[in-house]
Design a protein around this ligand. Structure first.
Ligand code: NAP
Length: 250
């Protein structure tokens, strides 16, 4: 039976598409970048650690993909001007942007609400929410220029139901869902779709930080949850907007 979570796209269905992936150097973002590159997209790799982005760049090119773009950027310090400059560069090189995967996030410190420091609150909200607001706002003009565009945000189970000790991270994921829904409503009946993916427990560095004692062998790998990421970038198959989808439904 067809589900989005077992979707197999047509080969190279992303030919002539340009897709920006944040946090493309590691974990889920790395796999998304590799998969989009394998299907013909020109991927713009945004992340903090240049060496990781270069390694993903090499892997995409070695797999026969288009030469990716690299945007080394720390979302914690980036300003609106950084995002406007990036949008202008993408516009000059590619004319438009067909896809945007907001994937980069930080976990911050887990602990009681009473002990959340103002700095941790601001850092987590800056990376997980404010940077997505500024980046999306700057990129809207070139997303509008694409015949069809897909913007995917990344939420979490703790962004659907608040959980003790997950403070700023949990709250930031509620805000992410809110941002996606506001945009989807504003852009209803337009050429841009906005959705959220909840990856579910996935074997990455962030998961290991959140659950240091767990045996990670039972977790899905980032590569295993890619069908939903591929589906939502498929303008032929996907018409959904304003929705949140589980990559690993119960
Ligand atoms: P990850 O392995 O920690 O990777 C996060 C990526 O984001 C890394 O490439 C990292 O770059 C980048 N990043 C972090 N801070 C950044 C900053 N300030 N500026 C630019 N890039 C930054 O995390 P993941 O598990 O793949 O998570 C991906 C997304 O899925 C996140 O939104 C997360 O909240 C969500 N999620 C994950 C799980 C899970 O079980 N793994 C579950 C639910 C939701 P560097 O490596 O250079 O630091």
């Amino acid at each position: 039976m067809f589900t989005m979570q077992n979707y197999i796209p047509p080969k190279r269905y992303l030919d002539n598409k340009t897709i920006l992936v944040t946090g493309a150097g590691d974990g889920i973002g790395k796999q998304a970048a590799l998969h989009y590159g394998k299907h013909g997209a020109t991927v713009i790799l945004l992340g903090k650690t240049v060496a990781k982005l270069e390694s993903v760049y090499d892997e995409i090119v070695n797999n026969g993909g288009n030469e990716p773009g690299i945007v080394p950027l720390d979302l914690k310090g980036a300003t609106a001007q950084h995002y406007r400059d990036m949008a202008n560069t993408i516009s000059d090189q590619f004319g438009c942007l067909d896809g945007l995967l907001h994937n980069a996030s930080v976990l911050g410190h887990l602990g009681p609400f009473a002990q959340i420091s103002e700095k941790d609150w601001q850092d987590v909200l800056q990376v997980n929410v404010t940077s997505q607001f500024l980046m999306t706002q700057a990129l809207l003009p070139i997303l509008k220029k694409a015949p069809y565009a897909s913007v995917i945000f990344t939420t979490s189970s703790v962004g659907l139901q608040g959980r003790a000790y997950w403070g700023p991270y949990s709250i930031s994921k509620f805000a992410t869902q809110g941002m996606m829904q506001v945009l989807a409503d504003e852009f209803d009946n337009s050429s841009i779709r906005f959705n959220c993916i909840n990856p579910g427990g996935t074997k990455t560095a962030m998961r290991a930080k959140a659950f240091p004692a767990e045996n990670a062998d039972h977790l899905k790998t980032p590569a295993e949850i890619m069908p939903l990421y591929l589906y939502l970038m498929d303008n032929e198959a996907s018409t959904e907007t304003g929705q949140t989808f589980d990559a690993q439904p119960k």
